[in-house]
Design a protein around this ligand. Structure first.
Ligand SMILES: Cc1cc2nc3c(=O)[nH]c(=O)nc-3n(C[C@H](O)[C@H](O)[C@H](O)COP(=O)(O)OP(=O)(O)OC[C@H]3O[C@@H](n4cnc5c(N)ncnc54)[C@H](O)[C@@H]3O)c2cc1C
Length: 444
């Protein structure tokens, strides 16, 4: 056993609330706003200095995935287009609707939703531990500039992406691919500007058959050139495709390419290695674009993620468990709280470059059951966002932001209903959540 110390400290309980939401990414913001709009007293705690998670701090662009109409995903897209006028429109590709995002507009939109709903926001508040009494989560402890501070809550929503609250509370956890624990690789996304729109291509992934339009490699499939330059060492070891998404501004591309494998997103030393390695890879990817891809000769880095992007870490075993066939066959359910969730089964290769299964197959529109956000053993807790209950493959289809937003909205309703009815999440009838969703005009 590793060397251990026992550390004891008196932690002031500085707040009490109905619903505590930990992690202010797309899922967490929607959960907090949703619960507050139902009348709950909500506190939302985030470790970084601004909200949005991967959408803002991760520089992830575009918003991908689809869900039935009328959710907060639609509201956020509408509010984004109101703030960021004159932008590149949403496009349709094989990976569905791509909604380009100006991350600065996203910060404003999410902040406004939080303040209009009356949510108390804490930033710079990193979750440290769960308060657990008799198997029930009753709040959490945060590291703040004032030292450790506790918040008590009737219901806590874990939207940290890494299921930190659930893990600390002793919930049943799964990690990675069932066969070998392999995790999807981590990536630092960045944006280039100075792209010549008259000729520059957009590329949504490694199975996009788009061809290079001009120059030395005219007519060659772009993905083949990426593989060739990877073999020749001009792209980093696992970078076999440099994905180029349109952003909300002409003359830009959001670049999803850098990649590290076999590092743990839960280990700060590994995260440090990823940060150093991935920033270094950005330079190599830009060199590749400037040298070989028409329209990118004068491109330059405009922005990059403030933090390494984590696609996959823990999943929390829930009362319901979404299996591969549910997403492959499009299972619909009476206890669904997100309807018609759709994306590719998008597994970036845990052990090499490109996709784990050769190419990513589409899911069929399916429903996410309420039980998938309710931990199987732990009371007082709901999960929202990528760590909900299901297999590694199924997870690969719901981890995109449109679906995480809709999940967060439903989790917020569930939390507020638990408080109002005085029941545990596992005792709540999903019909209660569906009633509120229907009243909000959400397609079920
Ligand atoms: C490189 C990369 C590219 C991607 N590309 C796309 C794409 O093009 N389109 C798309 O739709 N999706 C994409 N995704 C997936 C998507 O961005 C995420 O799965 C999605 O953001 C998950 O939402 P979330 O709210 O569950 O988690 P996150 O967005 O990760 O948010 C979690 C929040 O919790 C906070 N948090 C974590 N730990 C703590 C703690 N201890 N204390 C307090 N706060 C904490 C984080 O700081 C963060 O704000 C991509 C993901 C990655 C990593």
């Amino acid at each position: 056993m590793a060397d251990c110390i026992t550390y004891q400290s008196k932690v002031p309980v500085v707040r009490e609330c109905d619903v505590l939401v930990v992690g202010a990414g797309p899922a967490g913001v929607c959960a907090a706003v949703s619960a507050a709009r139902e009348g709950a007293k909500v506190i939302l705690c985030e470790r970084y200095g601004s909200v949005g998670g991967m959408l803002t701090m991760g520089n992830v662009d575009p918003i991908l995935g689809e869900v039935g109409g009328g959710t907060y995903y639609d509201e956020i897209v509408r509010r984004l287009s109101e703030i960021d006028k004159g932008t590149v429109p949403t496009t349709g590709t094989r990976i569905g609707r791509e909604v380009p995002v100006n991350r600065e507009a996203a910060k404003i939109v999410l902040d406004r939703m939080i303040s209009d709903a009356g949510v108390e926001l804490w930033v710079g508040a990193a979750f440290v531990d769960s308060l657990v009494e008799n198997g029930k989560v009753t709040g959490a402890i945060f590291a703040t500039q004032n030292g450790l501070r506790a918040i008590r809550a009737k219901v806590t929503v874990d939207s940290t992406g890494d299921a930190c609250v659930a893990a600390a509370a002793g919930a049943e956890i799964e990690i990675g691919r069932e066969s070998d624990g392999g995790l999807q690789p981590m990536t630092l996304e960045f944006t280039v500007t100075g792209v010549d729109e008259s000729i520059a291509i957009s590329v949504w992934g490694g199975s996009d058959p788009i061809k290079i339009p001009a120059g030395e490699f005219a007519g060659l499939e772009y993905r083949e050139l990426c593989k060739q330059k990877n073999r020749e060492g001009e792209l980093p070891e696992f970078v076999t495709i440099v994905r180029l998404h349109r952003t909300s501004r002409p003359g830009e591309r959001s670049v999803n390419a850098t990649q590290v494998n076999d590092l743990s997103p839960l280990d700060p030393s590994d995260m440090g290695k990823a940060e150093l390695e991935l920033r270094d890879q950005i330079k190599k990817c830009v060199d590749f674009l400037q040298k070989y891809i028409p329209g990118f000769e004068n491109c330059a880095i405009r922005a990059s993620a403030d933090t390494v992007g984590v696609r996959e870490s823990r999943r929390v075993r829930g009362v319901e468990y979404i299996v591969d066939s549910d997403v492959e066959n499009g299972r619909h359910r009476d206890d669904g709280i997100v309807h018609n969730a759709w994306f590719l089964i998008d597994i970036h290769n845990p052990k090499g470059g490109g996709q784990a299964e050769g190419y990513s197959k589409p899911a069929q529109p399916y429903d996410i059951p309420y039980g998938a956000i309710v931990p199987i053993k732990t009371n007082g807790l709901l999960i929202a966002g990528r760590p909900i209950s299901g297999t590694h493959r199924a997870h690969a289809s719901w981890r995109v932001m449109a679906i995480c937003m809709a999940m967060g909205e439903a989790a917020g309703i569930a939390a507020s209903k638990c408080v109002a009815l005085g029941v545990e999440p596992r005792e709540l009838d999903p019909a209660e959540i569906r009633k509120v969703l229907a009243a909000r005009g959400v397609e079920l």
